[in-house]
Design a protein around this ligand. Structure first.
Ligand code: 3HC
Length: 289
């Protein structure tokens, strides 16, 4: 299969990342089958897409008509078996290995034998996910960054069993999606999260220790290190739960205490303070949700 044979992309999971991936794929002219486990989750995903397209139309980067066409290319479904119609699938479900393994096992049964199955995992092992299928050579990482419609990078992750062909296909597809892919090895956190997530974690420790207020810590990193947003606002954007999941993987896989999560992150997850998506994290978003 070449990238030109891909007409329809399956996206599993309509959360922040899945909806962004669906939007970018539809905007690049692909048909998209977007699957989640409830109508509420699918509706939330569609709202995220509508809001993002709204920003683009407001900026004059897209016409109202164009936005409608993009939305029209996305089909919602609750059935995983509908992925049978996809020429490549990108999974963006929960960051739990058991969930991914089960999903990939099912996708393997449902999808045609030549179809490449990609995971948007932030840090989990592509090799382990691939082992849950009968096509480990066709399982690859395609890791997008939040907000997906804005950030150019897609990390293309080659597991131990992933074929060079599958990596090349994912790479070419990322280019067709208008993204800037970089190939990386299947190591915990790949390139970006291995570096970025410990940075955000350190900011959470600094906050806990009262080095500065949330506002001061973030403003300092903007003024002093030219970051577009501060590390605590970035935690809120990424999701405190997602960041904690990545830290747990880095900590467990490397066995290095430098990756230990700041206790405040665990507390915030327990409280349901997950960042923007729940309206509260280090900052308050109740107005914007
Ligand atoms: N859809 C479409 N357009 C959007 C958008 C969205 N969801 N969000 C922002 N934009 C556009 C805005 O309309 C604006 O457009 P313009 O340049 O034409 O005016 C532009 O992006 C900038 O947005 P804002 O003016 O609202 O605010 P900022 O200048 O602060 O930019 C940001 C927002 C792009 C999110 C910027 O703050 C940023 O780059 N932050 C860092 C993000 C980052 O590091 N992400 C990686 C997280 S790690 C990750 O995702 C991996 C995972 O596995 C954990």
């Amino acid at each position: 299969m070449t990238v030109d044979d891909i007409k329809t992309i399956g996206v599993v999971g309509a959360g922040t990342m899945g909806s962004g991936i669906a939007q970018v794929a539809a905007a690049a002219g692909f048909g998209v089958i977007l699957r989640d486990i409830s109508d509420a989750a699918l509706d939330r995903g569609f709202k995220i897409i509508e809001r993002s397209l709204g920003k683009l139309t407001k900026k004059g980067k897209l016409t109202e008509e164009g936005a409608k066409e993009i939305l029209g290319r996305i089909t919602k479904t609750l059935e995983l078996k509908d992925m049978a119609g996809a020429d490549l699938v990108i999974e963006a479900a929960f960051e739990k290995m058991e969930v991914k393994k089960e999903l990939f096992g099912e996708l393997d049964k449902v999808c045609r034998s030549g179809v490449v199955l990609a995971s948007n995992t932030s840090s989990l092992s592509i090799t382990e996910i691939a082992a849950a299928t009968s096509r480990p050579d066709k399982v690859v990482g395609m890791h997008f960054f939040n907000p997906v419609p804005v950030l150019p990078l897609v990390e293309i992750v080659q597991g131990l069993t992933t074929s060079d062909e599958a990596v090349e296909l994912a790479y070419q597809l990322a280019l067709k999606l208008g993204k800037s892919p970089i190939k990386t090895k299947d190591q915990p956190g790949f390139i970006v999260n291995r570096i970025l997530v410990p940075y955000m974690n350190e900011a959470a420790f600094a906050y806990m220790e009262g080095v500065g207020t949330a506002e001061e810590i973030d403003q300092a990193m903007k003024w002093g290190a030219n970051m577009p947003i501060g590390p605590l606002a970035l935690l809120d954007l990424v999701g405190i739960d997602v960041a904690l999941d990545v830290l747990e993987v880095l900590y467990r896989e490397f066995g290095d205490p430098k990756f230990r999560p700041a206790p405040i992150l665990r507390q915030m997850v327990r409280a349901g303070y997950l960042g923007r998506k729940t309206g509260k994290g280090f900052f308050d978003y109740t107005e914007k949700v």
